[in-house]
Each structure stands twice: as structure tokens, then as C-alpha cells.
Design a protein around this ligand. Structure first.
Ligand code: CTP
Length: 422
């Protein structure tokens, strides 16, 4: 019998947990519950205990409960830990690794996968502090479901902050329990062990990332550019740093802050990007997420090009830019052990990306659809395909930060394997 440890947080959505426990029970899943002190203001341990048919744990320092089943054992015996509702405060304490009550102590002690179902006021959910905590928790291997958009308990309030519905929770819990032990190929539910081994593999390694567009001057005030926001590349640099790598990010002009702890080289043109990337070598892993301009103006004007009345518009002669990825992926003593390229395509996404992988001598290619209908450029979410020598994996719709985390974990596993086989 599969065992879920349900940690009930202190929010109005706690009432949904009673139904959740019942639905899981109907599916033959045992549910043991821990309630935070705040949760007990919304539903009673008596009701939870009656429905779950198990004693409810509420206190870290309850001698009887600890004698019967200690919090460490409770943490160990679970196949999955579910935090619902995951309040802003609980998420903050989880992200910090607090252990000042039973719920957080269990969360710190467990090695089981953790699923959090946030529920809070929309303003609290969108607050940078909450979003920072969520990012941290995702990096630590916690999976999330919701919150959904809709009406809030407070009259007249609506937005993103409602806890996922019970049916959604049940479906996700079942699929996580199904996948438990099988691994998830690097995304979906992430477990603590996977994050730990990625950290062990990347610690002290050097990761080079290119990001953003390039600007190719036409004259001192005009340039050729593209729509790249740099979000994906910057997320990759940040993810590599969080996993303990030394990171050099070569960035074209973007509207993003430098990721914390990352060495950033700001450049404008493709040629400057190549120079900075080469200067950063050697690296163990190189990820080329920049949308480098393929062409530059052959002879940019030294002064601003003026329009004269009646004169024809100037014509621009273009010449090809160096291919940074192709240059660095070339065999040689300075080639990084793993070279990853990105392919932004508007049609035949996978086929073109496969061809690019071979043509550029790249190990892995991350392909995404940037056609207008996909809305990927500048967006937070994306749908990618990972193309390796072994084949093509279609990844589900994910946030760019999630893609970065999953990609880095995969890269870390690849590097660890290579190290072992050397
Ligand atoms: N890239 C690079 N330097 C260039 C052009 C591209 O490093 N001058 C890298 C990108 O960072 C990306 C990959 O190559 O990782 C794919 O680039 P893309 O522009 O999509 O491919 P191209 O070879 O330019 O093909 P096309 O423009 O015809 O689609």
C-alpha cells in the first residue's frame, strides 16, 4: 500500500483536505496527516483523524506521539509528501530549511518526493519573495501543482492563488506515486536525491553560457537585432550556479539583471560574443542559448547615416557572422566535454534541429518552436525537444526556469557518467 504524508497548512483551502483524504482512501492510498498550528484554526485534528483513520500529528515535542511514531520515521515511511495548502509562510520556511515545527521538521527529514499545492492571496503569490522561494524549492526538487486562477475566499478578490482542485491533486498524486522509484527522466516530479547528485557532479566545474540577442551596428545609432529576451540563457546560468558550478555568462544586450554569483561578460556583437566565449575557456559544459545574429553589416557607417531629400534609401551589404557554437564545438583540446546548442525554429522544428546538431558538431540540441503562434519569444513558458545522439525527447510545457533546471540536471548526470568511465 502506498503511503502519502499530507502536511496541512493554515489556509482556508485546508477544508479541501478532508475531501482529498477521502478520495485518496478510495484509491487504496493510506494518508497520514500532519497539521501545522495555523491549520488547526481552519479544520480540527479530530475531523482529519476521523477521515484518515490515523492519528494526526500536530506537535514536534509531543512525547506520546514521538514515542508512538517519531517524526523521522514518519518522514521515512512516506512514499510521497504532499503540502496542501502550501501557504506563503510555509513555503518560505521550507525554502529556508527551517525545522521549528513538526511540519517543517518532517519536510527536512524526508527523502521522499515532495509535492506542494500553494494557496494564498494573489498579491502574496506574485510577491517576489514568494516567487523566489518557489524557484528555490523547485531547484531543491520540490514539485508544484497550481495555484489556479479564480475567485478567492475574500469577497471580490480574484487572481492566481486558489489551491488546485481535489481531482487535480488526486491525479497528480497518483501519477507521482506511479513514477516513484522509476525516476522521471529529469522533469515532472523531481527528487531530492537527483538534485543532490547533480550538485555533486557540477560543484567546482566551469559552465559557459551564452544568452540574449546580439546587436550588429548599422551606424553609431542603429543596429540589427532580434526578439530574444535572454530569459532562457539567464535561467540556465542561474540554475548552473545554484547547483554549485562556476559560471561564466556571455550576454548580449538584455533587460535582465545579472544572475547572482555568476561572472557576466556583457557584449554587443557576435564577434565580441565569440571573443568573450573563447576567452572563458576551458569549460566542462557550454550551453549556447544566445540568438546570435547570422549577419552583420559589412561596413557600418562611422557617423550617423543621413537621409538626403530625394536620395534613394541606403542599401546594406551583409556578411556572415562567425558561428560561435560551431567554433567552440570543434574537436580539440579545449572543447568542453558537453556542448549544448539551441535551435529556434518556426517549422519542421525537430527535423531542422537534428540536422543542426550534426552540422555543428554539437552533443545535444534543445529545439523550440518560436513561430508567432507558439508565443515563446519573451514568454515565461516554453515547450522544447531534447535531441541527443540517442534520439528525441519531447518535454512537456514548462517554465523556462524549469527547463533550465531539468537540462542542468541532465547535463550533470552526463558529466558524472563520463567522469566515472574515464
Ligand atoms: N549560434 C552561434 N553563433 C551563431 C549562430 C548561432 O553560436 N553565429 C548558436 C546559437 O546560440 C544556437 C545555435 O547556434 O545554440 C542555433 O542557432 P540558429 O541561429 O538557430 O541556427 P543557424 O545555424 O543560424 O540556422 P538558421 O538561422 O538557418 O535556422
Amino acid at each position: 500500500m502506498k503511503r502519502v504524508l499530507l502536511i496541512i497548512g493554515g489556509g482556508i483551502a485546508a477544508y479541501k483536505c478532508l475531501d482529498l483524504i477521502r478520495r485518496l482512501g478510495e484509491r487504496g492510498i493510506a494518508v497520514r496527516c500532519v497539521m501545522t498550528q495555523a491549520a488547526q484554526a481552519f479544520i480540527t485534528p479530530l475531523a482529519v483523524g476521523a477521515i484518515s483513520n490515523e492519528p494526526v500529528a500536530t506537535d514536534l515535542f509531543d512525547l506520546d506521539a514521538e514515542r508512538e511514531i517519531g517524526h523521522i520515521r514518519m518522514a521515512r515511511e512516506a512514499d510521497l509528501v504532499v503540502v496542501a495548502p502550501a501557504t506563503a509562510d510555509l513555503l518560505a520556511r521550507m525554502a529556508q530549511g527551517h525545522a521549528n515545527d513538526l511540519a517543517t521538521a518532517v519536510l527536512l527529514a524526508t527523502r521522499a518526493p515532495v509535492l506542494a499545492a500553494p494557496a494564498m492571496n494573489p498579491a502574496m503569490w506574485s510577491h517576489p519573495a514568494t516567487q523566489r522561494n518557489v524557484r528555490q524549492l523547485k531547484t531543491d526538487g520540490v514539485s508544484f501543482i497550481g495555484p489556479n486562477a479564480g475567485e478567492m475566499a475574500e469577497k471580490g478578490e480574484a487572481g492566481v492563488g486558489r489551491m488546485a482542485e481535489v481531482a487535480e491533486l488526486v491525479a497528480r498524486i497518483e501519477s507521482l506515486l506511479d513514477g516513484a522509484g522509476r525516476g522521471d527522466g529529469g522533469f515532472g516530479f523531481l527528487n531530492v536525491a537527483a538534485v543532490r547528485s547533480a550538485r555533486a557532479s557540477l560543484a567546482g566545474r566551469h559552465v559557459l553560457v551564452t544568452s540574449g540577442p546580439t546587436h550588429e551596428p548599422i551606424d553609431p545609432v542603429r543596429y540589427i537585432a532580434n526578439r530574444s529576451s535572454g530569459k532562457q540563457g539567464h535561467a540556465i546560468a542561474a540554475a548552473a550556479r545554484r547547483l554549485g558550478a562556476r559560471v561564466t555568462l556571455v550576454s548580449g544586450p538584455v533587460q535582465l539583471p545579472d544572475p547572482e554569483g555568476v561572472e557576466v561578460r556583457h557584449v554587443q556583437t557576435a564577434r565580441e560574443m565569440l571573443e568573450a566565449a573563447e576567452a572563458a575557456l576551458p569549460a566542462d559544459l557550454a550551453v549556447f542559448a544566445a540568438a546570435v545574429a547570422d549577419w552583420r553589416v559589412a561596413a557600418p557607417g562611422g557617423g550617423k547615416i543621413k537621409k538626403a531629400a530625394g536620395a534613394p534609401p541606403p542599401s546594406l551589404e551583409l556578411v556572415e557572422n562567425p558561428d560561435i557554437l560551431r567554433t567552440i564545438a570543434k574537436r580539440g583540446p579545449r572543447r568542453p566535454a558537453l556542448v549544448i546548442g539551441f535551435a529556434a525554429e518556426t517549422q519542421n522544428v525537430v527535423e531542422y534541429a537534428k540536422a543542426k546538431r550534426k552540422a555543428k558538431g554539437v552533443d545535444w540540441m534543445v529545439a523550440n518552436d518560436v513561430s508567432e503562434k507558439s508565443g515563446v519569444f519573451g514568454a515565461e513558458r516554453t515547450r522544447v525537444h531534447l535531441i541527443t545522439a540517442e534520439g528525441v525527447e519531447d518535454w512537456p510545457d514548462m517554465g523556462k526556469a524549469e527547463v533550465a533546471d531539468a537540462l542542468l540536471r541532465r547535463a550533470a548526470a552526463y558529466l558524472a557518467e563520463r567522469r566515472e568511465s574515464v
